[in-house]
Design a protein around this ligand. Structure first.
Ligand SMILES: NC(=O)c1ccc[n+]([C@@H]2O[C@H](COP(=O)([O-])OP(=O)(O)OC[C@H]3O[C@@H](n4cnc5c(N)ncnc54)[C@H](OP(=O)(O)O)[C@@H]3O)[C@@H](O)[C@H]2O)c1
Length: 195
C-alpha cells in the first residue's frame, strides 16, 4: 500500500518538487519494484540485482495507491480545478505521458507561469490526480495481452479514504481514522471480488 504522502503549507518550486517526489514518484518506484516484469530494465542492476531471483509481488497480489478525491468535492461534485486536472491526466495513455505532464508542471512552476498554463498552486492535488491516473495505466497494462505472459495476476488500484481525522486531515475532519481504514479495506475487497 502506497500510503505515505505529504501536504505541506506554502508554495514554491522546492515544495512542489518534494511533494511530487514523495506522493507520486515514491509510489511509482514502489510499483516498479513490486512488478519488475513490466519493466525489462528492472533487472539491469539499477533497480534490482539480476541474481537476486526476486520476481516481485506474489501472484494475486494487490497494489493499493491511496488517492484523494473527496476532499476536493463540494456538495458531492468534484471542484473545478480537480475536474480540469483529471481531464488533463486522463488524456495520458502511458506512464511516460504522466511523467512528462508532471515535468511540464514543475517547469511551469519554476518559470512562475503555471497559473497562466492552467495549473494550480497545489502540488498535492496534482500529485494525487497523477497517482490516480498511474493506477489506472498500470492496471490496464497488467491486464493487456502483451503483459499477460508474465501471469502476474496482480491488481493495481487507487482508493480514496475520504477526509479523515489524521495529522494531515486535521481535528475537524468528519471521519475517525479507524472508520476510514475500514472503508479503505472494504473498497479493496469490493475491487478484488466484484459482485
Ligand atoms: N487525511 C485526509 O483527510 C486524507 C484524505 C484523502 C487522502 N488522504 C491520503 O491518505 C494517506 C495517509 O494520509 P494521512 O492523513 O494519514 O496523513 P499524515 O497523518 O500526514 O501521515 C502521512 C504519513 O506519510 C508518511 N510520510 C510523509 N512523507 C514521507 C516521506 N518522505 N517518506 C516516508 N514517509 C513519509 C508520514 O511519516 P512520518 O509520520 O514519519 O512523518 C506519515 O506516516 C495519504 O496518502 C493522504 O494523501 C488523506
Amino acid at each position: 500500500m502506497n500510503n505515505a504522502a505529504t501536504h505541506p503549507d506554502g508554495f514554491s518550486y522546492e515544495t512542489a518538487q518534494h511533494v511530487l517526489d514523495v506522493n507520486f514518484f515514491g509510489a511509482q518506484n514502489m510499483i516498479r519494484r513490486l512488478v519488475p516484469a513490466r519493466w525489462p530494465e528492472a533487472y539491469t542492476g539499477r533497480w534490482l540485482d539480476a541474481k537476486s531471483g526476486y520476481k516481485g509481488m506474489r501472484k494475486g497480489g494487490c497494489i493499493v495507491n491511496i488517492g484523494c478525491g473527496s476532499s476536493f468535492a463540494v456538495a458531492g461534485e468534484l471542484s473545478g480545478p480537480f475536474s480540469l486536472l483529471r481531464q488533463r491526466f486522463d488524456a495520458c495513455a502511458t506512464e511516460t505521458a504522466i511523467v512528462m505532464l508532471l515535468t511540464d508542471y514543475l517547469g511551469q512552476v519554476a518559470a512562475d507561469s503555471h497559473i497562466q498554463a492552467g495549473w494550480p498552486s497545489n502540488p498535492y492535488l496534482v500529485s494525487k490526480v497523477a497517482l490516480q491516473r498511474l493506477s489506472t495505466v498500470v492496471q490496464e497494462s497488467l491486464e493487456c495481452e502483451a503483459t499477460k505472459r508474465y501471469e502476474t495476476g496482480i491488481t493495481c488500484l487507487s482508493v480514496d479514504p475520504g477526509w479523515m481525522r489524521t495529522r494531515m486531515g486535521g481535528p475537524d475532519a468528519p471521519v475517525p481514522v479507524e472508520e476510514a481504514a475500514k472503508l479503505v479495506v472494504s473498497r479493496i475487497l469490493a475491487a478484488l471480488h466484484p459482485p
